[in-house]
Design a protein around this ligand. Sequence first.
Ligand code: UDP
Ligand code: MG
Length: 316
Amino acid sequence: MSAPATPSSVTIVIPIFNEEEVLPELLARLTKLFDGNPAVHWDALLVDDGSRDRSAALVGALAAKDPRFGLIEFSRNFGFQAALAAGLAHAKGDAIVTMDADLQDPPECIPAMVAKWREGSEVVRAVRHTRQETGVRRLGMDLFHGLFGRVADFPIEANTGTFGLMNRAAVDALNRLPERSRFFPGLRTWVGFTTGEVLYDRQERAAGQPQQTLGKLLRYALDGVFSFSYLPLRLLTYVGGFVSCVGFALGCFFIVRRLLGIEIAQTGFTTLVTLVLFLGGVQLIGIGVLGEYLARVYDEVKQRPAYLIKRKTGLG
Ligand code: UDP
Ligand code: MG
């Protein structure tokens, strides 16, 4: 099924958290994109994730006078994934683009994604051709992508992130998923649909500081692993099985030695202490892994909303 030929509407969903430094440039570049491509009916939906700076005021002022811009404000910081979910739930376009606010994902790539969609791709992933990031964040992300690719039931492509486009049907499918701990790139793969790719050069953050702290990124990575893989649980079973087998074999060995009357030296304190600590460690890790799954089950059972909206501006 191909996309409607004329004039289709595209909504750009952008979560923002304390982005006042980058917002003027972001809004200017979006406006330029909209003005330069009049064949598409554009709008941008910015979701303010409880910013403590002037982010909401900046976007709100624009949304009040330019109908192509809309703003959703959360009652507090609920996190990037919640902001993305809110944006997707409120976006009205025939196609929806998801991107970061910091211009690491350049808006100038969006026409290529729209073209791909018009050629028949129902989901378009923007793949990072080159990347400017370095340091601990980059290392952590590479490690995560390597690990996730191996363990996940629905691996995401290397070098993809939030940036991409989904058609109405794909977004509706995503919106129907009730789960709270959301890992967007994984869910986008999970819903399926005909998927195309466009290459782009990932930029440095245009201004301001990263708002995803390393702690938040780690939690996000754990959400990814635990909601798309049972491997941690399976590994525990394997380790448990292995340790039990070794224990059983050792037991047999000692019994046989005793029966044959071979003298057993009264030593082994170091071995015992090592074994006790090792097994204690394995058990604690096991409880931790169980806890990760259990906490997620508990979160789902509580049925608290993933976010609370305080105000909407300029959403028609
Ligand atoms: N963000 C958010 N809520 C948060 C943290 C970040 O909505 O609690 C937004 C942020 O404004 C940006 C995007 O998520 O638009 C990505 O954040 P950032 O660039 O800091 O992280 P990166 O993925 O580049 O490490
Ligand atoms: Mg960024």
